[in-house]
Structures are given as structure tokens and as C-alpha cells.
Design a protein around this ligand. Sequence first.
Ligand code: FES
Length: 913
Amino acid sequence: MKVEINGRPFGEEPRPGQCLRTYLRERGWFGVKKGCDAGDCGACTVHVDGEPVHSCLYPAFRADGRSVTTVEGLASPDGELHPVQRRFLDAQGFQCGFCTAGFLMTTAALDEEQLADLPRAFKGNLCRCTGYRAIEDAVRGVRHTEAPAPGESVGRSLPAPAGPQVVTGTARYTFDLDVPGLLHMKLLRSPHAHARILAIDTAAALRVPGVHAVLTRHDAPRRHFSTARHEHPEEDPEDTRVLDDTVRYVGQRVAAVVADSEAAAEEGCRRIEVTYEVLPAVLDPEEAMRPGAPVVHDKDAATARIARPRDNVVGEAHGEIGDVAAGFAGADAVYEETFRTQRVQHASLETHGAVAWIDDDGRLTVRTSSQTPFLTRRALCALYDLPPERVRVVAGWVGGGFGGKQEMLVEDVVALAVLRLRRPVKLEYTRAEQFYGATTRHPFTIRVKAGARRDGTLTALRLRVVANTGAYGNHGPAVMFHSVGESRAVYRAPHKKVDAFSVYTHTVPAGAFRGYGLGQVLFAVESALDELARRLGLDPLEFKARNIIGPTEPMLTPGGHEEDLHIASYGLDQCLSIVRRAQAEPAAEPVPDGWLLGQGAALAMIATGPPGGHLADARAALLPDGTFDLAVGTAEFGNGTTTVHQQIAAGELGTTVERIAVRQSDTDVVRHDTGAFGSTGTVVAGKATLRACRALADQVLDFAAAHLGVAREGCRLAPEAVLHPGGRLPLKEVYDAARALGLGLAADGHFGGTPRSVAFNAHWFRVAVAPGTGEIRILRSVHAADAGKVMNPMQCRGQVEGGVAQALGATLFEQVRLDERGAVDTAAFRRYRLPQYADVPRTEVHFMETADAIGPLGAKSMSESPFNPVAPALANAVRDATGVRFTELPLTRDRVWRALERRSRTRRRPGSP
Ligand code: FES
């Protein structure tokens, strides 16, 4: 075989059946990504003789005699970026960047005609983060980035510091490194929803050439843990073992095979013989709560932290304010309905995975695609009785998370293998495993009852919520609590009641996912209040506006008042004004003949950070060349925190972002960080950065005054120098002087994540619905976001657009379906439809003018919250168009068509209105 790759000759023969993707990666071209290995996502796109191909489907041997270009070869030999790379940089056409190489390669091969039809041109490329608008802007040559003056970077649209690496394919994600002597792990998974493992015969597996070990329950620690990662792990149920003797869902790990190659590990898995005693399973949460249902975890409630194990209730919340019965009795109209939401997968393009080894100092080092490196280290230490200084956890670039990586799903078993074999081991989930072996959004059933007086005053609101947490409790109780918190607190009905249950079933576990349960309950509440308003003959938006919480009112949640939760800035009224304006504007969009036209809105409130504290440390230091080092614990997974931290630091240190080098996502760089989840990257970790940099600025100026003859009064930091009334003192000299005295100029910052504020969002849609097919066409999409002081408008807008796009997928078509055994039968992108470029309309994003009294420099969070109002806003718009209230997600074409058909059949009946 002779192939030219990025202008260099290669001659190694591929293995039989090897695809071009792995052939390229094995030769160090890590810009070629694995998103699905099925030709669905396009992350592996390369050019063969100038033609774009999905290299995961392209047999490596077919490249014989051809020229292959990967993203690393797109720039000119002298390093000049390809125009497409330049445009993606200027428009920041990426977030996590895992899809970017594929988009770049596809775009670079488009001709003029194809460029004019991007929905068609991008049929083979998926992006889970951006909502595609930034990608379209990049292709069209729109420039969003700014270059502000020193010290003025906060509030400006600055690019991500790793942008050049992302567009050149040199950003290093979890598996983008060579590890000598690497072994590969594959997992044998359960075919049963519920079974006891009576015996495992590993002899044949161990005879497979290249297999080094087969790990079973006998090798795993006896102790139980929770895969959820929280600062306070005592809040999560301890129901999981690394390898258990009972399996509780189809797809649960049974054994792990470690071998020289993935193929040998897979063959080892096939040779393991397992004897199961199949047990009865329960798949439905309501059935699971009935007397006599199979018990998923027969454990002691107190030690396992399960509310009622025999009833399969892992957590529950009950609370009443006022007297709801009296509230409904005093209402002129009452609406009651049951709403249902479905399982949805995070579908981050980089799947779960970790690679671990023992380093030269004998430390267990785990490189993982995680939102929580510090908490993962803590969990590994607890599992394997290791002191923290013997374990290092580091995340490279993380290819998307959305909450799915606030979980320890792979690191535990990889660590087990490394500690046993003392060899480097890698486990990388396939896309199929991501569907049946990772977590999903919790499916919810929500019974809502709402009553109001004729004048539009809400009198009572009652919720009964059942969340299906699947076979393991991980985030179940916390999601359930959060789901009925802000969703209920945002309305000020005097009488409120909630009963909420998080319930085990023998199905794939649910977990943390953008919005953390709020989106599900808001779909029900915002739909119900819309319907109630219509029944009272009121405008739904004005009805809601009349009943929302005001800026000085207390936040009441199921447990009563959360002492640390405040409205530290209030932009909800501004959000509603944006929606009102959109609603009042006449429809300008063309509507096909016969289609039904409607509009609808929904609002949302969310706490900026989880309850109970969320810890962040940062350390800022002056470097010898007069630039600064900033170490933060929080992970970057496309949410833009690295840029925001640079901006905060540059602002405090009077410099430009290029002079701030950020190190992060590594347990070695700071003392502790709870993690990048709960919308905390800016508001919690950002505050630690602010404090560290503010302290460092003072320290530098104090030192210059004390030791270098600078008048403290009137002096300030500027790029590369201290400016003082007498002139300019280079920072290099300050560093050297401190060094000569044996001092380092460095400062620490810490924030505990409390008190917390709330952010607000509202969304409005105008839609057209085709009565003959059920197709929903979004004509206009408007989002109002109260993010406080917006630190980086371009990135924040990207978070909103990405959140809206992800919510549109969950509203319109995404669904993890289970078969009658409880097995996932949508375990591929072609069976689980992610929004494509053509599916996502442009959303007009508006930011409110507020400044938060708690958040750093007035900022609030904006990473989860855009998701939450989308589904009810769309359902309300469809209701307005069709007259049908949809109570179940997703609003697929079939479901809408069936409902419209049912209604028209009913109307055709004699006597029907
Ligand atoms: Fe496209 Fe993350 S930026 S998948």
C-alpha cells in the first residue's frame, strides 16, 4: 500500500477490514474523529483525491495510490490557514469542536452551487453543540470576534483561546495521544433486564490470543457507590458496583476484557459464558410503585440512601403551601391533565471514554472525557482505598457533555484494570454503547392541576411528578427535587402542592442532562397555564405575566424556602416584553396554502448553581515574561468557560487575554473544583478566578510599592507593566525582584457557590402546521435571556442557540425507544434522529439589561436554561394553530397527524360541533 497523507508518503499495510479512520489515527492524524463509526455524523470526514468521504466507512486499502487530506493538511505547508479554517475562527463556528474537522473538510470541498444549498450540503455532518447558526455564519464569512483594548475584555465577543488548535485538528481530546503499550478494554453487557449471575466461565476468553485479563464481579470491590458526581455524595443513592452479581437493565456491564487490541477484547467478550437466573423485571415506574412489583434494589434504606427500596422509590418530595383544596374551590376555572416526556440521549459527539496508566511516580493517572475531574478522583480514591495524592484525573478537550459526563461511567472499571495489570488501558464507548450503556434524560409523567379566577389570578397549582430513573439512582433524587423547584416557584399561586417520586425500573439509567428535570416539568406547567388562560378567555402571556414572581418575593420550593437562593437581578419582565413585541408583530413569513398558523410562548426560571454549595478554586500567578498563569479546576467542554475566565482575568489584571495562559481540568492544577455542571462555569468558578486575579493585582502593586520605589497611590496594571505616576515599570522586573527575594507573586481565589441567584428565559414561536401530514414548520423563533452581565455575547448567544437546538430535537423527534424487553432499540444515529442543519431554524437571541448582585461582575448562568422553555413554547404554538393540546413529547409528525385526524373524525360525526 502506498498512500500520501497530507503530502507525506506512508506504506504500511492496513489490517484486514480496517477503515481509513483508524488507519489515519494510528499514524497520528488525531484530527480525524470518531463520532459514530457508521457514516452518520461526519466527524471523520477527510478528502481522498480531493473528494470528501466518511473515513469510518471507507476501507483503508482503497486509499492505495491515492492522496488523503485530513484537517491537519488543510492549511498551506507554510502554516497559512485555509480560508475555511479562517472563517470558522472568525465566526467561532464551534463550541466543543469535536465536529469541526468534519465540517471544515466538508465545507472546503463545496462548490458554489453546493454552498448555496447548505441544508443539503451538510446532510452528512452533525453538530450537537452550536445549533448550526455559528457554522452557517462561518461558511458565509460572517465575522463575530472582537479585539478589545487591554483590561476591557469583559463583555466583548472574544474567541476561544484554543480556536486555532480546533480548526487545525491539533486540539487534543481524550484519546488524541499515543500511549506506549496501551491495552484495550471491551465490556460484556447483559442481555436481560433483570437477572442474577450464577456463574461466569472466563476460561475460553482468556485463551483468546492477546487477551490479558477478564474482570468479573469477583475482581471488583464489594462496596457500592453512585455514578453521579456531586460535591456532597451523601445525597446520592449508593446502589452501584463496578461489576455486580445482579444485572438490572439490558446493557449493564457483566465483565470487562482487556487485550492487546479492540478486536481481541471483543472476541474475548464473545467467549465468556455466563449463567443467568432470569428474574422478573418492571419497566414502568407506576407499576414499579405498586405492591408486589419486582424490587430493583433490595437494600437497606438508610445505608444505601434509598427512600423506600421495597416500593422502588429512590427519592420523593412532598410539600404544600396554603390549602390547595381551598384554592381550587375558589377558582372560576380549573384545568387538569397528565403530561409525558420521553427518554432523550445527550449524544455528545465524543462518547464516554477514559485511558489510564501508572505514571513514573507510581500514580494512577486517568485521562477522561469528564465534567468532574476532581470528584472522579475522589470517587476512585474511595473505591480503591487510595490517597488523593496517588491519583491524578485530567480531562483533555471534552467533546461535549450536557450533563452526561457529570457521571463516573467508565473510569472505575478502567482504573480496576490498570491497578490489576499495571499497564495502560483504554475504554472508549461505541456510539451504540452510548445509547444503552450511558445515561439519558429522565422520562417524566406529570399530573398538573391549575386553577384561576376569572380576572386571571392563579389560585392553586398542584403537581404530581413521577420520574423514571431507570435501574440506578445516580441523579434521580436530585433531578426530581430540582424539577419541582424553580418550575413551581416562578408562579406565586397562594396554594401549591407537590408530590414527586423518583422511581427505579429495570431500564437504562437516566442521569443529569441540561436543565436537570426542569424542562420536563415546565413542559407540563407552561402548557397547563396556557390552556387554563384560554379557558378563561385570557391571553396566555398576559395571564402568566400577572402571576409570575416579582423581584422581591421569596423563592418557595418543595422543602420550603431555600435560604441561599435570591433574585439578585430580575430580567423576567424584560424577557416578557421581548415576547410581547414578537407576538404583536404581524406574520411576514410565507405560509403554504391550507396550513394552520399559530404562535405560543413559555418562560422559565433557573437557579444559578446547585443547592448545598459548589466549590471552585483558582490560582493566578505572574510569570517570568510578565504574562500570567491562571489555574482553574473547572472543565471546558465547549461551554466557553476558558474564554470567560481569560476575560475576567484580563480585566482584573489590566491586560489582554493573550497574556493569560489558562490551565484547567486537571486535579494537579488547583486544590479542588466541584466540576463543570449546574451552570457554574462562569458564576462559581468565574468568581474564584475574579478573586484570585483581584488579589494578585493588589499583590503585584503592593510589592512594586514596597520594594521597587513605586508610589502605590495612582498605580495600576497594564500589559507587561505597572503604570505609576512616575512612569512604567516592566512586569518582568517586578517578577525578577520578587524572585531575588525568594518570593513568587501568586494569589488564590475560592468561591463556595452560595448564595445563588436565578436566571430567566422566555421563548416564542410562530409555527405553521400541515393538517394533511402533521408537519410543523417553525416560521419564527425568538429567545429572550436574562443572563445578567453577558461576559461574551458571541459565546453566550452560542449557548442559547445550542440549547434551543437541543431542545427542538427533544421536542420534535428525538426519542430513546425501548423494546418489550427494555432493550434500547434506537442505538444508532440513523435510528435516533438528532437535529441536522436543515432542522434548526435561526433563533433571534435577545439579552436583557441586568447586572446580578451575586454573580462575578454581574454575570449569571446561561448554559442549561435556554433549553427549558422551548418544548412548551412550541406545544403552545401548535395548540394555537391546531386547537389540539399535545400532552406528550416528542411532537412527531405522526403524532400530530394522528391527533388532527382524530379531531376531524370526531367533528365529522353527526352531532359533533
Ligand atoms: Fe459541534 Fe460540539 S461543536 S459537536
